[in-house]
Ligand binder design. Sequence first.
Ligand code: HEC
Length: 747
Amino acid sequence: MRNKNSIFLSCKFIITCVFLSIVLVSCKKRSVTVSDYSGWTTYAGSKDGIRYSSNEQINTDNVSRLAVAWTYCSGDKDTNNHTQIQCNPIMVDGILYGTTPRVKLFALNAATGLQKWIFDPALEDSSARKNPASFFKVCRGVTFWQDEKGENRRIIYGVGSKAYAINVADGKPVTSFGHNGYIELTENIDREAGTYNPYISNTTPGIIYKDLIIIGMRVSEEADAAPGTIRAFDVKTGKLRWQFHTIPHPGEKGYETWPDKDAWKKLGAANCWAGMSLDEKRGIVYVPTGSVGGDFYGGIRKGQNLYANSLLALDALTGKYIWHFQTVHHDLWDRDLPANPNLVTVTHKGKQIDAVAQISKHGFVFLFDRTNGNPLFPIEEKSFPESDLPGEEAWPTQPIPALPEPFARQSFGPGDITDRSPEAHREMLERFQKVKYREMFTPPSKESSWIFPGYDGGGEWGGAAVDPASAILYINSTELPWILTMVDKVKGDMSTLKGIGEMNYGKYCIACHGPERKGNGSSFPSLVEIGKKFNDEQIMNLLGSGRNMMPAFKQIAESDKKALVAFLLKSSSGNLHTKGGPALTRESASESKNPEQKHSILDDVPYTMTGYNRFLDKEGYPGIKPPWGTLNAVDLNSGKLLWKVPLGEYPELTAKGIPITGTECYGGSLVTKGGLVFIAASKDGKMHAFDKKSGKLLWEAQLPVPGYATPASYAINGKQYVVIACGGGKIGSKSGDQYIAFALPDK
Ligand code: HEC
């Protein structure tokens, strides 16, 4: 965006600053015990992670007049629709900070959308020109910090494995932080190099406690994932201050629960990719974790797998363990905890209790006393069947909360198969019958089982919003079954280059791109005709850098990568000339063990799954009856589901007279004192405002592409804004590069 009116604007900016400093000074006098929800200074709105705005200028009476206040176009979306924006922007002192499709960090005047500066991490990286797609990364938000004097103000944010500190005054790296402006999260990992996949991505922003930034990270989903240690860094210098091993080391609490005493040396993940919340007064950080690496086979990680799939309460200053609750034992279904928990005070049995609520992919809300981890409603350990896969030892029970009521359907039968048309019904019923196991928590099998809600929830990274006045939690949910089928791992013919490539494909790629390399029709692309799109060098680059949700594969030996590329490009002849290096012959490929690459734990995994398969009919609609996406209100005091409404529509189905179906959704909601729940998230690309009491849709606006992100709300000079990133780029949507702010028109 050009700064045409810069003189006018800078005047306006100075006035805004003066005004804001007055506001700030007067704020300082107020009591610090009551949280301030008037701004949006952190990811999820506030450190208690509740996505709540106390602004009430926009309310149920006037929301119908809401209009676009400004639009910011960063201009850096990918024309092949590979980029997304999942960022929940923050607003500090009149400036909005967020990221663009290529993870550039911007500072905008939050009232006008005019750009103050932009930081481009690609300009800092000499390899960027060769592989621009390596900057198509997921960044869900940014973190602001200033010292006690209000100086040293900076934004910390993730660019792949780096966490940059950028000076808010000029948009330049803070050179006293880490390596001249960034910390490298692949460093300081307590594990022998070469024993794990170093892929790490700083997707969800860290959280500040005093002078610390506490950071989680995304890692690989495979058995060789990097350990998901939770780390705190000095926010001023970038020095490591504490770490908490989510797979305990000898002598640490929880170590005794692992039958394999070397588990901590071999296994990884149990990471926090979803963001954390902080009880600032008590100094407790709440950390939701995902499963141990190797999502669908646990024979290499026997036991309950602490502290995977757990809500952890840690001392924010030291990283010391306080309590935990494991929401899935020995996870075999990729049931990572998908969002930061919500800290809220509830009325329970007549008493006020400071609670923490954690949503899950399977549609549960787990509710605890946040001081000690005691569940507020009973959580039953229910028995589930054994695994029929030799080598697997499924955990016999799983925790099921009696209340709050789940916010997603959790099982379905033949009566729930789509009746959109007789043909679709017949086709989907036939496919339904081929899947043997229907019950949640049935262990993965060669005879297939349903994952319902799907791998992407139920609840997902958009997280929940909570109104602190009513303790009502708002959560959107996708209701789409996915099919999980296990197969024996591919054993390629190791005497041919193609065979070696095939074996490596089976080892590293099959889970996402499928056994026939066809992908899953939506989030995971087909690689069948990849040669028409990319040459060998480009694929090698992509494997080195990753792109969006495609992880990097730095751990695969160069020669194995070349064999893989040969397999993908079908050049199965004896000699393969890659542009990047010497001709690779069959012989050299088969002798090709990288001396640094030791025995990989991946070699111990006997099965793979056949890919992330959504249950969609030929025309792309879900194979079950609607709703396919919903917005829900859950009363955390009583545990009751108050309302559930469809979220999003397929206009062509609505036009046929079919009631609104809801769609798959990504990104979350926010709730306001003005009585509204704002959410985009749906596939139809609309921004919505619902009445928080009734769930009635009061207003909607068409966005240029879907807003697969969570909105933010704040007020400047008394005017309330609601901002949403429109990045599209998922589930077949076009990519976009805009942030759009809505406000009431001036008159
Ligand atoms: C965790 C899931 C996952 C795994 C494992 C994975 N990929 Fe991908 N891959 C993706 C996703 C998601 C994309 C799309 C990325 C995007 O949206 O930019 C992708 C894209 C690609 C593309 C580009 C396709 C296109 O049309 O632009 C290639 C090539 C590719 N992957 C190759 C591989 C190879 C080879 C492996 C194994 C070494 C592999 N992938 C493993 C998820 C995965």
